[in-house]
Design a protein around this ligand. Sequence first.
Ligand SMILES: Nc1ncnc2c1ncn2[C@@H]1O[C@H](COP(=O)(O)OP(=O)(O)O)[C@@H](O)[C@H]1O
Ligand SMILES: [Mg+2]
Length: 231
Amino acid sequence: MKKETYILQAKDIKKRYTMVKRQALEVLKGITIDITKGETIAVIGPSGAGKSTLLHILGGLDRPDEGEVYYGSENIFTFSDDRLARFRNREIGFVFQFHHLLPEFTALENVLMPGLINGQSFSNSEKKAKELLDIVGLSERMSHFPSELSGGEQQRVAVARSLHNNPNVLFADEPSGNLDRSGGEQLHNLLWKLNDEIDITLFIVTHNMELAGKADRIIRLIDGKIANSED
Ligand SMILES: Nc1ncnc2c1ncn2[C@@H]1O[C@H](COP(=O)(O)OP(=O)(O)O)[C@@H](O)[C@H]1O
Ligand SMILES: [Mg+2]
């Protein structure tokens, strides 16, 4: 039998927060997940279940107290903070509920920024940013500032920005949580188009069951544990 090759594996991840004068809060109680390249995963569960904490740890934004995360054969939490940051810049894209675009820069400037930060020339970064804005359907809005875009357009700019360094995995934390229905649908269609066309692996935290239903797999997180997963 062919051995599965996983792009990402989390092994028995535990995370707790210790707070002054209070009992430590166990937020993740042993999470194990194997993710195949190109897979689409939706994470659902009540508020406070640990979904964002899990996303941050799998994406290398936060470190677990126990457990390991492997990208291919690399255990990313053996990396120094600097190396982890470089790894994250190159391999991972993030989209959050709020777009976090820089208000004083245009859509194009926001999207080309990661290229500059990664040491690319301005012209290469700009060329790539234009291609990405085309992919997300915003070629006509390149010179608009974030305040001149709808909520859905702002999120699509944030998606374009997250793709500038060609990540293998896109993590999205309630990406349509702030959008109206049609803005949300457009964003979801975009995420699935990216999965189809560039085979990007999607890991999406959502309360939107329509969106979750499109995923290859739903992971239900309750009180820091995986309650079930469906194929
Ligand atoms: N930095 C922190 N310090 C203390 N508690 C935290 C911190 N971040 C999150 N928590 C707590 O951890 C639990 C899980 O949070 P989170 O992962 O954001 O849940 P979800 O995304 O599922 O709503 C919540 O009870 C939250 O209050
Ligand atoms: Mg959350």
